[in-house]
Design a protein around this ligand. Structure first.
Ligand code: NAD
Ligand code: UDP
Length: 311
């Protein structure tokens, strides 16, 4: 019997890659998405496979017929410009959507995997970030809608684990990039690539000295599946520890695309974290996971994709 998984947010950037890799590994996949920030174009190549798409808002009761082995809850706006434009849908999918997805997993006796984020660490005062760090989050700032929704989602997930005995997993995802991010997504890598490929100015927020640690999508998906199959219930960071400044990544993308673009500086958004780097000791030791795609290699693949999308 094939294992059946339900993936919420399956038409999004990560959800579509996760769906495809699980299909490649012999799973049946049911993708649930309301297309708020995702697109059917991301999953149309999966329709002739063991893949079913259900257009549905997961803040409402999720009905799935038959047995389910795992529920992977990926639905949520993820780009800062998306969640700042969609504050209430972001809070609802993190709170009500997580509750519904957990309820589905409980009803089916399925495993549950939550897509959490390095944003639970906020603007971190500990560096690099270990899973034991509780974070430095402004609950009432503009990013609070996302950060607090994810923190609530983690608390809800642990409550289902402790109170209902559900086998739950929490993956804290650090900045991930790759093909299928939207041209107008607004996150640093797609923004810089689409600007550079059009020879437009590249917009660096602040002075560009803030850091991020960028993970290529295939490495992330491998880590998620290892965690899903593990017996671990506490949060695990999945991210590439190579830390770069935003200024450096903007310059690298300009150079790699051969663009004539120059960097222009724009105000740093409120509460934009100054540093971010995962400590991946837990992923290494518990899951045997480490990233294998170098930044330059991942950027080349992503630029190839953006070349087909930017006009
Ligand atoms: P995305 O915007 O491409 O995908 C999110 C998907 O969720 C979209 O297809 C959207 O339509 C869907 N969705 C949103 N609200 C929904 C609802 N109420 N019902 C059904 N579907 C809904 O973003 P992404 O980058 O693929 O992120 C996916 C998940 O991973 C999110 O939970 C995000 O918080 C998490 N994450 C991503 C990153 C990253 O770097 N990409 C980092 C940390 C965490
Ligand atoms: N950023 C930038 N220019 C852009 C988009 C983003 O300088 O056009 C910066 C942003 O302020 C942040 C970093 O790049 O410091 C990463 O932003 P992103 O939106 O990719 O993700 P975040 O880590 O902030 O969630």
């Amino acid at each position: 019997m094939k294992k059946r998984v339900v993936i919420t947010g399956a038409a999004g950037f990560i959800g579509s890659h996760l769906s495809e890799t699980l299909l490649d590994r012999g799973y049946e996949v049911i993708g649930v998405d309301n297309l708020l920030t995702g697109a059917t174009a991301n999953i149309e190549h999966l329709v002739n496979r063991d893949f079913t798409f259900i257009k549905h808002d997961v803040t409402n009761y999720i009905y799935i017929e038959g047995a389910v082995d795992a529920v992977l809850h990926w639905a949520s706006p993820a780009s800062p410009i998306d969640y700042m434009e969609l504050p209430i849908p972001t809070l609802k999918v993190g709170a009500l959507g997580t509750h519904k997805a957990l309820g589905l997993a409980k009803a089916k006796g399925a495993r549950f995997v939550l897509a959490s984020t390095s944003e639970v660490y906020g603007d971190p005062l500990e560096h690099p970030q270990k899973e034991s760090y509780w974070g430095n989050v402004n609950p009432v700032g503009p990013r609070g809608v996302y950060d607090e929704a994810k923190r609530f989602a983690e608390a809800m997930t642990m409550a289902y684990h402790r109170y209902h005995g559900l086998d739950t997993k929490i993956v804290r995802i650090f900045n991930t990039y790759g093909p299928r991010m939207r041209v107008n997504d607004g996150r640093a890598v797609p923004a810089f690539m689409s600007q550079a490929l059009r020879n437009e100015d590249v917009t660096v927020f602040g002075d560009g000295s803030q850091t991020r640690s960028f993970t290529y999508i295939t490495d992330l998906v491998d880590g998620i599946i290892r965690l899903m199959l593990s017996s671990e219930n506490d949060p695990v960071n999945i991210g590439n520890p190579r830390e770069t400044t935003i200024g450096e990544i903007a310059e690298t993308i300009i150079q790699m695309t051969g663009a004539r673009s120059k960097i222009i500086y724009r105000p740093l958004p409120t509460d934009d974290p100054k540093v971010r780097q995962p400590d991946i000791t837990r992923a290494r030791t518990l899951l045997g996971w480490k990233p294998s795609v170098q930044l330059e290699e991942g950027l080349v693949k992503t630029i190839e994709y953006f070349k087909t999308k930017v006009s």
